[in-house]
Write a protein that binds this ligand. Structure first.
Ligand SMILES: C[S@@+](CC[C@H](N)C(=O)[O-])C[C@H]1O[C@@H](n2cnc3c(N)ncnc32)[C@H](O)[C@@H]1O
Length: 276
């Protein structure tokens, strides 16, 4: 008798290189099961074969990430629409959001999520704070998805290169959060990532994007209370990015390099930026 359980086991045995959770998600999608609890309850009920499952399976076997196949990805406390134009939001980035939320507490002010992709950072921070939130990206296709994810239409979306639109419009920012592309193009990257995720979201030569960002910070209108920047960075980039930050933002800024839950260097927090 065919059941979710026997189909799951058969698939795992035939394609042992696939992730067990991806197979469960594929089965849930193909059989219209909305929650994992429901999946467990229906595990041993008889089912009929569905074309939808074999279609998803084919794409998984080709190495496509399950989030792109299903068109959604879970981040922090909800699902976000994703497609090949946006990065799949990562678990480390949830920690970046937590770092910011802990600091801002009940404060107000303007926050920018720079390089917003699916909008995951901006929309999550907006729904857990009193801040006025901007989200920007150089990719119009990414912004389209981010806007679709902003169900309550609470975030201000801006198209442009780094801080240029904010310099031009003289928008005063209190906080900048950014998970910009930080992978060195020479680094070996999983083919699942390299072949499917947007190149513009991943790669950055010699930390150039951070140099440009810090140079542009000097042209921003900074509020009297100062600006804080929260960056997600690559492992072992903390020291180099700190050196660049001191060079362009001055020796008086306060910089902290923090590790992620795996104990890897992942975040650079720069506070007390008062500009020139
Ligand atoms: C690593 S992805 C992060 C996406 C999203 N913030 C997240 O954490 O899931 C980097 C994003 O930065 C955007 N980006 C790259 N260069 C940019 C630039 N010069 N100005 C603005 N956005 C840029 C990319 O289009 C991409 O959406």
């Amino acid at each position: 008798m065919l059941t979710l359980y026997t189909l799951e086991q058969k698939t795992l045995k035939s394609y042992n290189f696939l992730d067990k959770n991806d197979i469960k998600l594929a089965l849930m999608h193909a059989y219209d099961i909305k929650s994992y609890t429901d999946y467990v309850l229906k595990l041993h009920f008889p089912i009929k074969e569905r074309k939808e499952f074999s279609n998803i399976l084919k794409r998984l076997i080709n190495g496509e990430p399950i989030q792109y196949i299903l068109g959604e990805s879970y981040f922090y406390d909800r699902y976000f629409k994703v497609n090949k134009n946006v990065l799949i939001p990562r678990i480390e980035t949830e920690e970046l959001v937590d770092l910011v939320l802990k600091d801002i507490d009940k404060k107000s002010g303007n926050l920018l999520d720079l390089g917003t992709g699916s909008g995951a950072i901006a929309i999550t921070i907006k729904s857990h704070s009193k801040l006025n939130v901007y989200a920007s990206d150089i990719s119009k296709k990414a912004l389209k998805i981010a806007m679709e994810n902003d169900n309550n239409k609470q975030v201000n979306f801006v198209h442009g290169d780094l801080l240029l639109p904010f310099i031009k419009k003289r928008i005063k920012l209190d906080y900048i959060v950014a998970n910009l592309p930080y992978i060195n193009p020479n680094e070996v990257v999983e083919s699942k990532v390299k072949d499917y995720e947007p190149t513009k979201a991943l790669f950055n030569t010699q930390l150039n994007i951070f140099k440009r960002l810090f140079k542009q910070v000097n042209r921003l209108d900074i509020p009297a209370t100062g600006l804080s920047i929260y960056l997600e960075v690559g492992t072992m980039q903390g020291k180099e990015i700190s050196t660049i930050a001191y060079k362009y933002l001055g020796e008086n800024v306060k910089i902290n390099v923090l590790n992620d839950m795996h104990g890897k260097e992942r975040f650079v927090v720069i506070k007390d930026i008062y500009g020139n």
